[in-house]
Write a protein that binds this ligand. Structure first.
Ligand SMILES: NC(=O)c1ccc[n+]([C@@H]2O[C@H](COP(=O)([O-])OP(=O)(O)OC[C@H]3O[C@@H](n4cnc5c(N)ncnc54)[C@H](OP(=O)(O)O)[C@@H]3O)[C@@H](O)[C@H]2O)c1
Length: 246
């Protein structure tokens, strides 16, 4: 049976790979993201698209209205929207404290608020039983990263997901978090990493390779399948063992 699958950040990287995996399985996918042309170019078979800034209440209301009009119920909700803030337009600031405040606020908007607002807006539309909510965290939430703000904004999703799992469990809805390590071929690093940093990240893995969007999409697809019906409130790391270090 075809499911309705809503994917934030569905136009690029991990979200796009997930969109393709679900569409290939015959599901109806809705891609959300800010850049309309990116969503249009995604070319996921049969996918609907809606451009909206999900860190903003008005943007989330727009997306929720689109879901109400076009889909009705939501079987799978995947929160892949996010980023480290480095690629966002930077405001010139003289005071270093202002720069710190900007950096933390942008990270919490991109990674935490997008996921929380969209969840709350669509909660009543989740299919019951059988609905699935999936968040994208990061290895950074476990061990920090260059940006503590990014790490903290991802870690904030963990207790939110646990509370949501408690709230939605009685309705037959599961809630899980997928925390990737370094994943190539995404928009996350902009033009990409320099070769030395890339080699360092790969050396941290036991598998001696970078993750791919497909690796993460396969885990999301499985967590949304009947095979994972009794898995909820979990954080699944997809990082080739990198969190354990060398
Ligand atoms: N790549 C990695 O190594 C890695 C590792 C760990 C975790 N992650 C996490 O995995 C998720 C997917 O990232 P990715 O690697 O696939 O990078 P990506 O290609 O940059 O995907 C992020 C997507 O989020 C969308 N987005 C960002 N802010 C948004 C907003 N305010 N409203 C709506 N959409 C928004 C972006 O599109 P627009 O700019 O058009 O809005 C983009 O399509 C992110 O949450 C990221 O933090 C990535």
């Amino acid at each position: 049976m075809s499911r309705n699958v809503v994917i934030s950040g569905g136009g690029t990287g991990i979200g796009l790979a997930a969109a393709r995996a679900f569409a290939d399985g015959g599901d109806q996918v809705l891609l959300l993201g800010r850049r309309e042309e990116v969503l249009r170019r995604a070319r996921v078979p049969g996918a609907l698209t809606c451009a909206a800034d999900l860190s903003d209440v008005a943007g989330v209301r727009k997306a929720a209205r689109f879901v109400a009009d076009e889909l009705g119920a939501v079987d799978v909700l995947i929160h892949s929207a996010g980023g480290s803030g480095r690629l966002e337009p930077q405001v010139e600031r003289d005071d270093p404290l202002d720069r710190v405040a900007d950096h933390w606020l942008v990270n919490f908007r991109l990674n935490t608020l997008t996921a929380v607002l969209l969840t709350e807006a669509l909660e009543d539309r989740l299919a019951e039983p059988g609905g699935r909510v999936l968040f994208l965290s990061s290895i950074a939430a476990y061990r920090g990263s260059g940006s503590s703000a990014y790490a903290a904004s991802k870690a904030a999703l963990h207790p939110y997901a646990h509370a949501l799992a408690r709230r939605l469990g009685p309705r037959g809805i599961t809630v899980n978090v997928v925390a990737p390590g370094y994943v190539e071929d995404t928009g996350f690093f902009g033009e990409g990493l320099d070769e030395a940093r890339r080699a360092e990240l790969i050396a941290e893995t036991s598998t001696r390779r970078a993750g791919t969007p497909g690796d993460v999409a396969a885990t999301l697809h499985w967590l949304a399948s009947p095979a994972a019906a009794h898995i909820t409130s979990q954080i699944i790391q997809v990082n080739g063992g990198a969190e354990r270090g060398h």
